[in-house]
Design a protein around this ligand. Sequence first.
Ligand code: BEZ
Length: 211
Amino acid sequence: MAIRLGDVAPDFTAETTEGTINFHQWLGEGWGILFSHPKDFTPVCTTELGAFAARKGEFDRRDTKLIAVSVDDVESHNRWKADIGETQGSDLNFPIIGDEGRSVADLYDMIHPNASDTMTVRSVFIVGPDKKVKLTLTYPASTGRNVDEIIRVLDSVQLSAKFPVATPVDWKDGDDVIIVMSVNDEDAKEKFPKGFRKVKDYLRFTPQPNK
Ligand code: BEZ
């Protein structure tokens, strides 16, 4: 069944390039991003894994672990890892799940038979410290993901987890945010000491509270 926002991310135990991992235990108290790759030794995936590896420090700073899954075995992933390091300029620094039996792919509904019977789509799941799914994204196999966008959404969901705010169109870390409608003006004055700008009763902007 499809995974929906707010669902508990299904737990699993799997072999990975960094040994056996129990997903929930491995996440610990922090955030996680699980993302799928249609197949090993494929060009778009190779560029994506290199790009995520190069920017792992940005995920670390956000207390967020990365874990990839591809429907090949760990031995194949280890050979592919060497290619990623060689061609992308960054050694892989997070685990890839060996999923030749497709159990993780099936658990997370990553195979969309009308797209392909054998390969996963490019799924992204952001999981919060409560193990609940905060974001799902699905790209076709032919489109590489955008790391900036995934970090941008991560910043937004982490901010909304701490403050009663939402983020407007094209928001980036540091831009003004929107006060959610469940907070009235009186409470907003207290919760947002930097003040707010009221465009409409339902549209109030305030400087990003954690900056
Ligand atoms: C790729 O990663 O390059 C790819 C994988 C499956 C289908 C199309 C492209």
